[in-house]
Design a protein around this ligand. Structure first.
Ligand code: NAD
Length: 246
């Protein structure tokens, strides 16, 4: 049974980098999950296939539990195997201070970044228990440590929740051999900044981390796939900063 790698939000940014790197790091089967952009997910899948691995494309809004169930129904129809999950799909909302953190905005950030990630993990673990185990890496953010005042405290708080969830889930699953870790990326070159209304964010502050530059999605993907690999077999309940010292 060959291992399956499921990457939520695999159509862009860090998720796409994980999918594209996976064959070179030993995964023969990759599920490229996407939210809305099927064409981009198909392009990522093609890049995976070009390296000789199997790739599948499945769409779902992670904030909708029914759609997450459909995602896992499709996944269960594939040949079974251990499942490694990159719990990556996430959003930021535009820069704002407390007065503009409306209930609707905060709810949406938490629906995707927290409720979605927990539901994906819940259904993934059910699959793992039925199909020879696996591992989980949750994608957090250095914002969880920094708080992101006057930027997006709701986003930072959502990632703080992911850090705490990672600790609890690691404790709960350790006796089953399922390792759970998180990475906290810093300022990374992806489209998320433009989607959050700040296309020039990295040009403005990309030089500020101690390493003097923004990171790449590929650098984050290397850390994620290492944590999921057997080479990190004694690593669980860890939260790894990939933030250039930030
Ligand atoms: P991105 O915008 O390039 O990719 C985000 C992915 O999540 C996309 O594939 C998108 O389709 C998917 N997604 C968003 N909402 C979804 C939903 N409701 N249902 C399903 N899929 C959904 O951003 P990225 O920078 O690659 O971000 C990936 C992860 O890394 C996120 O969790 C983000 O918070 C985290 N992160 C990014 C940075 C950074 O600087 N880029 C820093 C810290 C943490």
């Amino acid at each position: 049974m060959s291992r399956l790698l499921l990457v939520t939000g695999g159509s862009a940014g860090i998720g796409a980098a994980c999918c594209r790197l996976a064959p070179a790091r030993g995964w023969e089967r990759v599920v490229v999950h996407y939210g809305r952009d099927r064409d981009s997910a198909e392009a990522v899948a093609e890049d995976v296939r070009a390296q000789g691995a199997e790739a599948h494309v499945i769409g779902a809004d992670v904030s909708d539990p029914a759609q997450v169930s459909e995602l896992f129904a499709e996944l269960t129809a594939l040949a079974p195997g251990p499942l490694d999950l990159v719990n990556n799909a996430g959003i930021v909302a535009p820069t704002a201070s407390l007065a503009d953190l409306t209930p609707e905005r905060v709810r949406r950030v938490f629906e995707v970044n927290v409720f979605g990630a927990i539901e994906v993990a819940r259904q993934a673990v059910a699959y793992m228990r039925a199909h020879a185990g696996g591992g989980i890496v949750n994608v957090s953010s250095v914002a969880a440590r920094l708080g992101s005042a006057r930027q997006y405290m709701d986003y930072a708080a959502s990632k703080g929740a992911i850090d705490t969830f990672t600790l609890g889930l690691a404790d709960e699953l350790a006796s089953e051999g399922i390792r759970v870790n998180a990475v906290r990326p810093g300022l990374i070159e992806t489209g998320i900044h433009a989607k959050g209304g700040e296309p020039d964010r990295l040009a403005r502050i990309g030089h500020t981390p101690p390493l003097g530059r923004a990171g790449t999605a590929e650098e984050v993907a290397e850390s994620i796939l290492w944590l999921l690999s057997d080479r990190a077999g004694y690593v669980t309940r860890s939260i790894l900063d990939v933030g250039g010292g930030r």
